[in-house]
Design a protein around this ligand. Structure first.
Ligand code: UDX
Length: 432
């Protein structure tokens, strides 16, 4: 099939590469000239394990192309994916200007029957708006499909190539056949393509993210209660997760959820409901808990030290989660801003995100190129992202480097009893 993907962000680039790898002819379009030039030269603008190799392979085998020319890409395509950004609008709702601008351009460029697919995370009713925007500028036949993406950063290729399910909102038999054909290499009996109407597909995406965010905030609340009553959240988590109806994933308490999806999508869902006169109180509480959680480590530190003025702290982990260089809504921002705001100095290490972090913090903090460098003479260490390299450090070496051996473990990566045995003052989340 000939495919055009509009928008080479996380979702567009991964989807385009995976569709090319399954034998399609894919052209990825972006207005960002620098990005397109980088991609044409075989460089990948984001860090995602395995992506660079897969892009190179498909470029070499001439199935994957990058261009700024939307018209040319769309004219030749049978299926066009809209994968542009949907940033947060003024009242928390998703801003659709880029999606609708792309729709209009697609309408103007189409030369034959085309399946136009909303891949961006878009509020309920967007497929109808996209259809209207295209209809206004063309008489050519087309269908609009909603196909939200569920991939996780850091595991994007695996998630795309072996999805739990593919959700497709479609109201035409012709488009349904095209989509079934396109996804047939990625699906098996146990991970089906679920066909439904476009509104249900659009809502499924938000509901999934809101449910996962709810689990995290719920566990963060339980962790707070554990600390009050003298229980250990790690036992409680295992006890809960072993119930098959509940399951283990997404029950890890921590420094709050971040990233480009959960915070934005929870807000957008609340805003959509409000547009329809419905107040989603549960999700508003989920957000409140998350705000509190992002501040928790600094609250604990302020209590431990009294004043943070003039103190120096190490931070391990800046990206919003391991295996990505993405800093969007990263809990490290709240932690570091909190520390700096209280007059402390920060030296931070992250295995892959110093370049993205520098855009956020500039020279207001120092960057360590190896983890131990972030410990020299510090009053304490904050572990904010659970990168594997932080899991089994040389604790004795840490102690000799640090001015005082205090660890604020925002991801519960260390065993509290062992840390105390080793002579650390240890603060976890919801642990005894
Ligand atoms: C998420 C969804 O998982 C994905 O389906 C959707 O398409 C996009 O949003 P992503 O943002 O890449 O993916 O990251 P994810 O791994 O889901 O983590 C989100 C945040 O929740 C991270 O900040 C992570 O640290 C946090 N988290 C996750 C927890 O605090 N506890 C957990 O148990 C799991």
């Amino acid at each position: 099939m000939r495919i055009a993907i509009i928008g080479t962000g996380y979702v567009g680039l991964v989807a385009g590469t995976c569709f090319a790898d399954s034998g399609n002819d894919v052209t990825c379009v972006d207005i960002d000239e620098r990005k397109i030039r980088m991609l044409q030269a075989g460089e990948v603008p984001i860090y995602e394990p395995g992506l660079e190799e897969l892009i190179k392979k498909n470029v070499r085998e001439k199935r994957l192309f990058f261009t700024r020319d939307l018209t040319e890409a769309v004219t030749n395509a049978q299926v066009v994916f809209i994968a542009v950004g949907t940033p947060e609008g003024e009242s928390g709702d998703a801003d659709l200007q880029y999606v609708l601008a792309a729709a209009e351009q697609i309408g103007k460029a189409m030369k034959q029957y085309t399946v136009v697919v909303d891949k961006s995370t878009v509020p309920v009713g967007t497929a109808d708006k996209v259809r209207e925007a295209i209809r206004k500028v063309t008489d050519i036949e087309f269908d609009v499909v909603s196909n939200p993406e569920f991939l996780k950063e850091g595991a994007a290729l695996d998630d795309f190539l072996k999805p739990d399910r593919v959700v497709i909102g479609v109201d035409s038999e012709r488009a349904r056949k095209v989509m079934a054909d396109l996804y047939s290499p990625f699906v098996r009996t146990e991970n089906p393509v679920l066909f439904m109407d476009t509104r249900s597909a659009e809502l499924t995406k938000y509901a999934a993210n809101a449910m996962l965010a709810t689990r995290i905030s719920f566990m963060n609340d339980i962790a707070a209660l554990c600390e009050k009553v003298g229980a250990d959240v790690d036992f409680v988590r295992k006890g809960l997760g072993s119930d098959k109806r509940i399951g283990y994933p997404f029950l890890f308490p921590g420094v709050g959820y971040g990233g480009s999806c959960f915070p934005k999508d929870v807000k957008a869902l609340v805003a959509t409901a409000r547009d329809y006169g419905l107040e989603l109180d549960l999700l508003r509480a989920v957000e409140r808990t998350n705000e509190r959680q992002k501040k928790l480590l600094v609250t604990k530190a302020a209590k431990h030290y009294g004043s943070l003025e003039g103190r120096k702290f190490g931070v391990w982990g800046l990206a919003f989660k391991p295996k990505t260089d993405d800093m969007r809504e990263a809990p490290s921002i709240e932690v570091i801003e909190g520390l700096i705001g209280k007059g402390a100095q920060v030296i931070a290490h992250d295995p892959v995100s110093p370049h993205t972090a520098k855009r956020v913090f500039g020279d207001r903090i120092r960057y360590a190129s190896v983890p131990y460098e972030a410990l020299e003479g510090v009053d304490g260490l904050f572990v904010v992202t659970e990168w594997n390299e932080f899991r089994h450090p040389d604790f004795e070496r840490m102690k000799t480097l640090m001015k005082s051996p205090v660890v604020f473990d925002g991801r519960n990566v260390y065993d509290p009893a062992r840390m105390r045995e080793l002579g650390f003052t240890y603060y976890g989340i919801g642990r005894r």
